[in-house]
Design a protein around this ligand. Sequence first.
Ligand SMILES: Nc1ncnc2c1ncn2[C@@H]1O[C@H](COP(=O)(O)OP(=O)(O)OP(=O)(O)OP(=O)(O)OC[C@H]2O[C@@H](n3cnc4c(N)ncnc43)[C@H](O)[C@@H]2O)[C@@H](O)[C@H]1O
Length: 269
Amino acid sequence: MARYAVGDLQGCHREFVALLERLAFDPHRDQLWLAGDLVNRGPGSLDCLREVRALGDAARVILGNHDLHLLAVARGGATLKRSDTLDAILAAADRDSLLDWLMQQPLAVAEGEQLMVHAGILPQWSLPLGLGLADEVRQRLGSEHGGAFLEQMYGNQPACWRDDLDGIERLRVIVNAFTRMRFIDADGCLDFAAKEGLDSAPRGFAPWFSYPRADDPQIIFGHWAALEGHTPGARVRAEALDTGCVWGGSLTALDLDSGERISVPSQQR
Ligand SMILES: Nc1ncnc2c1ncn2[C@@H]1O[C@H](COP(=O)(O)OP(=O)(O)OP(=O)(O)OP(=O)(O)OC[C@H]2O[C@@H](n3cnc4c(N)ncnc43)[C@H](O)[C@@H]2O)[C@@H](O)[C@H]1O
């Protein structure tokens, strides 16, 4: 059995198919972890959703900010943005079953010492605490209050985690850390403005992976395309897998057992 993790698809369906072929991926035998952002910005979001869901138990999926945006538009009253490419999903005959499936996905997946998250994990969250917090969001999304939560999810405040946060403020920090984080300060407060390379760090902020942790999981993440798969200065075991397929880069898989990276070139642009 082979186990692979793949970075952000963002609707890069042709590249996804090419990558699975390249891996000789067999869903009866192998396992595929997907680091979130299956959809948006690329042209094949609907096909990506269908393809991943069809993998059944062979796929382990987490939610990224764009997946949550799709859910917020479909079920939380949020509006589409001009750059969104989600119309085909919203108009699809199987829309509801796809969205029901997506809504059940977690914010984190862990096996042994390996953790997969979309954006990252705050350095002050141990692995068990982080998994518990991710589960709080999963339970809310999967509950009868899931739609109400999606209506309140957007927002940048509070920017800092506190153990005593509760209600929507608590859930919002959890969502933002797991799905939108790039730069944080020494107190673990999130910046939401800088999206590009490491030299775009605001004063007093640094990449989340440059802060040491008390434990040492291997942290597999996507989200940050400008890293181009690299984590210079990391003080944790971090594997950046968003190699910017939708921006003309490549789609990358990490062999979770050997550490080998396998990429196919983007066909976008
Ligand atoms: N709780 C919540 N609150 C608020 N919003 C929420 C939310 N939950 C979900 N959302 C939603 O999240 C969605 C995305 O928000 P945005 O704010 O538009 O997304 P983003 O940070 O740009 O994220 P993205 O995932 O696209 O980043 P990427 O690194 O690929 O691209 C980032 C930049 O990197 C650049 N880039 C890519 N490759 C690069 C490279 N090699 N070098 C330099 N720059 C590169 C790109 O040009 C791009 O500008 C929105 O629809 C929003 O509604």
